[in-house]
Design a protein around this ligand. Structure first.
Ligand code: ATP
Length: 174
């Protein structure tokens, strides 16, 4: 899915967090967003995902204007800086979460969810830790759980905020 950011800007009160920005990300491209701390990278990603509203401009997915589309309907996978894993859920439950909360008509069967979660955990090499809780994982393992959870959301649309390891690039080519 291609992403176009058109003249997007954001203020928090008097503070200009994001200067007007235009950016085109072609379908299938892996893009790294680099900039000094506080320069607005997270703000931009949150706007693309629909977690934040921009003051100006619009966002297009595959040429379609999604600026006013609710976050729930944008289907953008998002790995948060602190991963935002659910502490009371196992690794597998964290990854399954996005599928389980889908509206009934779109929700896969339990067997299908189980299969998809198993595949995703295999992809990030965490199949053997499916029953562990986030507190029992290393930082890199938590990051991979967050990636697998984002992945099941929509395996074609990704925004990467941090340069990650080779396994991630392997996933991105699939
Ligand atoms: N909700 C908010 N209210 C006020 N200011 C905010 C808010 N969110 C972010 N900011 C400010 O907007 C600017 C951009 O923040 P953002 O998180 O997008 O930066 P970043 O480029 O991702 O930074 P880092 O690399 O340090 O994670 C920062 O100066 C930050 O303090």
């Amino acid at each position: 899915m291609s992403i176009r950011v058109e003249n997007i800007s954001k203020r928090f009160g008097q503070f200009q967090a994001l200067q007007p920005l235009t950016l085109e990300i072609p379908d299938g491209e892996l893009v790294g967003l680099l900039g000094p701390s506080g320069s607005g990278k997270t703000t931009l990603l949150r706007i693309i995902a629909g977690l934040e509203t921009a003051d100006t401009g619009r966002i297009l997915f595959h040429g379609q204007d999604v600026t006013n589309v609710h976050v729930r309907d944008r289907r953008v996978g998002f790995v948060f800086q602190h991963y935002a894993l659910f502490r009371h859920m196992t690794v597998a439950q964290n990854v399954a979460f996005g599928l389980e909360v889908l509206p009934k008509a779109e929700r896969p069967s339990n067997t299908e969810i189980y299969k998809r979660v198993a595949n995703l955990l295999e992809m990030v090499q965490l199949g053997h830790l499916a029953k562990r809780y986030p507190s029992q994982l290393s930082g890199g393992q938590k990051q991979r759980v967050a990636l697998a959870r984002a992945w099941q959301c929509n395996h074609k649309s990704y925004c990467w905020m941090n340069p990650l390891g080779h396994w991630m690039q392997r996933c991105a080519r699939i």
